[in-house]
Design a protein around this ligand. Structure first.
Ligand code: SF4
Length: 236
């Protein structure tokens, strides 16, 4: 029993060392920053300064964000979430198969995209809502409030397990953490979001978002220009 405990203790110590070195590696100095497929040019950002600021933000956020991989109980809950979602996907595939072979081509999708609102703090020239308008020019009408949003998640979850939170810019919604947490709690998988990244530095130091990085399966950050003046709405 003693040697078993010794082994467990050793494993825990090794895991702690691995985590510490992972954290260290995130804290590389600006001088370590290298690019593979890009050469910095005139008018581009001062990358050393950007990296330095990013390191400061990581330090700020590290007091709030849950970086660890979770307790055994949390890992079991995650496995249960994914299994439950895969079971739904399996049932939907069977329904699709039956529908298709009976001539009904209204098939269930593997995931849905929720345009949470039209607001955006960027002004990308190529912005398009797939109908020829820019999101930021559209009135912010018929937006589901938090409770209606949860109802939408409940209804869609019956047959669909993947969700892609989009906008406009979804991180401008004040209830985003509540809605992603709710989607996580009812076993959506994968939980995805598309963001311009402009608010991540504020979100990640907000305790309301402490679990957010652990819960989201995919965070897609669009970096569409190297000059913020090209993207940012004056006064935003
Ligand atoms: S970040 Fe997205 S929604 Fe906002 S202006 Fe750019 S393309 Fe449009």
């Amino acid at each position: 029993m003693d040697s078993l405990m010794e082994n467990v203790k050793q494993e825990v110590e090794n895991a702690a060392k691995r985590l510490a070195s992972l954290f260290e590696s995130r804290m590389k100095s600006p001088a370590d920053m290298k690019f593979k497929n890009y050469t910095p040019g005139e008018g581009h950002p001062d990358w050393a300064a950007v990296r330095g600021r990013a390191d400061e933000l990581v330090k700020e956020a590290s007091g709030v964000v849950e970086f660890d991989t979770g307790t055994v109980k949390e890992k079991a809950a995650e496995a249960a979430r994914i299994s439950d979602a895969l079971a739904t996907t399996g049932r939907s595939m069977v329904k699709n198969y039956r529908r298709f072979h009976s001539g009904n081509h209204t098939l269930l999708p593997p995931f849905f995209i929720w345009t949470m609102h039209n607001k955006c703090n960027f002004r990308c020239v190529y912005c398009d809502n797939h109908r020829g308008s820019k999101y930021f020019d559209l009135p912010n009408e018929n937006v589901l409030d938090t409770e209606k949003g949860k109802q939408l998640l409940d209804v869609c979850r019956k047959n669909v397990t993947g969700i892609y939170f989009c906008g406009g810019e979804p991180t401008l919604r004040k209830d985003l953490a509540e809605l992603t947490d709710y989607a996580h709690s009812i076993n959506y998988f994968p939980l995805m979001i598309n963001t311009n990244g402009s608010r991540l530095h504020k979100m990640l130091v907000d305790p309301a978002y402490s679990k957010w990085l652990k819960q989201m399966d995919i965070v897609i950050v669009s970096l569409d220009a190297l000059n913020l003046d090209l993207l940012w709405r004056p006064g935003a």
